[in-house]
Design a protein around this ligand. Structure first.
Ligand code: NAD
Ligand code: TYD
Length: 379
């Protein structure tokens, strides 16, 4: 049986990963460590925690005493580090928090793991390591900076981050690699492109657009909407991480992406068109619209769900133009490929949002904090 410490699993990708591994592995035990910042919501994982297979602990990855105690109690085999400040726009407002959590928090986890997992020294002075352990860092394609119209990020592309967020993630990757090179620590890193899917916090592009359309609000597109992202359905990312954690080679970096490049304008227009089609097909969904416009015959109008909702707003500072991943390495070594096409994934994502409006309201109203207090008091 393997015991996991999964950090940041009350957030978007971490919660999807937690559900994924609990579903596909019978013989695991998981401790979730999450600080429950604005982006972490206990309601997302309420059905997965507090049982013999999964325990939730609220806390900061930078808290050495707490992380040390957890290691001593649970003797983890794997650390999978999702915990991070993850929003580029927020990093432009408050860079220091990103450096604190993403760099120093990661280093604290590495250091506690190093002390727990090393057994002695070999004849050359390097530490000897407990067998079968692994520190996995969940990283991003944003560490590579920005591409022009051609080319792809490979694992050998030089690191050239631009935003405070991507600079902090790059720094964390470098610290992970320093532990690999200095102590021969068994580590791995995945660098993934933009994810979308269930439990995506509605400050990011796709869930924000869905939320605004349902409310009849304008859809803010930065600059001229020509920036390109390589979108991957979140479950495909979770599968990639699981493959790397359990079967990947020690010390390796794996790029993860779906060859699904779209401009932001294409994403927004496709989301508008898909919501329009779903509304046309299902009266139930039309009833969920927060903005209700009536036709002359009293039926619900959806004519207003069109590209006129788009509004071009001031561009993001230092806005990276294009990201595109070459996932050949993970495909060749671990047989990974993206299973969900964007056409299927965007429908699933929109339907999930429509069917989980309570979740969307909870995470945006701060009600989840009341839920936490009700469920857990001061723990
Ligand atoms: P998210 O913002 O939705 O979730 C982050 C989680 O970390 C939250 O639950 C939050 O409470 C927790 N957290 C924040 N600071 C913490 C701290 N100091 N201690 C403990 N927990 C803390 O983020 P996400 O989109 O799910 O991203 C998860 C990871 O994947 C991040 O490391 C991010 O850099 C990386 N990543 C994200 C994407 C993407 O498209 N969202 C793509 C590639 C990589
Ligand atoms: P985002 O979802 O914040 O992810 P990231 O910045 O990590 O790629 O943004 C995706 C793209 O969408 C990015 O180019 C910025 C753009 N964007 C908008 O045009 N409008 C918005 O309201 C948001 C949040 C993002």
């Amino acid at each position: 049986m393997k015991t996991y410490l999964v950090t940041g699993a009350a957030g978007f990708i971490g919660s999807n990963y937690l559900k994924y591994i609990l579903n596909i592995h019978d013989d695991i035990k998981v401790v979730v460590l999450d600080a429950l910042t604005y982006a972490g919501n206990l309601g997302t994982i309420a059905d997965d925690i507090d049982n013999e297979r999964c325990i939730f602990v609220r806390g900061d990855i930078g808290d050495a005493e707490l992380v040390g105690r957890l290691f001593a109690t649970y003797r983890f085999d794997y650390v999978v580090n999702f915990a991070a400040e993850s929003h580029v726009d927020r990093s432009i407002e408050n860079p220091q928090l990103f450096l604190q959590t993403n760099i120093l928090g990661t280093q604290n986890l590495l250091e506690v793991a190093r002390r727990a997992w090393t057994k002695g020294k070999d004849e050359t002075g390097y530490p000897t390591w407990q067998r079968g352990v692994r520190f996995h860092q969940v990283s991003t394609d944003e560490v590579y900076g920005s591409l022009g119209v051609e080319g792809y990020f490979t694992e050998d592309t030089p690191l050239q981050p631009h935003s405070p967020y991507s600079a902090s993630k790059t720094s964390a990757d470098l610290v992970v690699m320093a532990y690999r090179d200095t102590y021969k620590m068994p580590v791995s890193v995945t660098r993934c492109s933009n994810n979308y899917g269930p439990y995506h916090f509605p400050e990011k592009l796709i869930p924000l657009i869905i939320k605004n359309i349902l409310a009849g609000k304008q859809l803010p597109v930065y600059g001229n909407g020509s920036n390109v992202r390589d979108w991957l359905y979140v479950e495909d990312h979770c599968k990639a991480i699981d493959l790397v954690v359990t079967k990947g080679r020690d010390g390796e970096i794996y790029n993860v992406g779906g060859h699904n490049e779209r401009t932001n304008l294409q994403i927004v227009k496709l989301t508008i068109a898909t919501i329009h089609r779903l509304m046309e097909e299902h009266l139930l969904y039309r009833n969920m619209l927060k903005k209700q416009v009536k036709n002359a015959d009293g039926s619900i109008s959806i004519d207003w769900i069109n590209d006129d909702l788009i509004t071009f707003v001031k561009d993001r500072l230092g806005h990276d133009q294009r990201y595109a991943i070459d996932p050949s390495k993970i495909k060749a070594e671990l047989g990974w490929y993206p299973e969900t096409t964007f056409e299927v994934g965007i429908v699933k994502t929109i339907e999930w949002n429509l069917n989980n409006q309570k979740w969307v309201e909870e995470v945006t109203s701060g009600d989840y904090q009341k839920y936490y207090d009700r469920m857990y008091g001061n723990r």
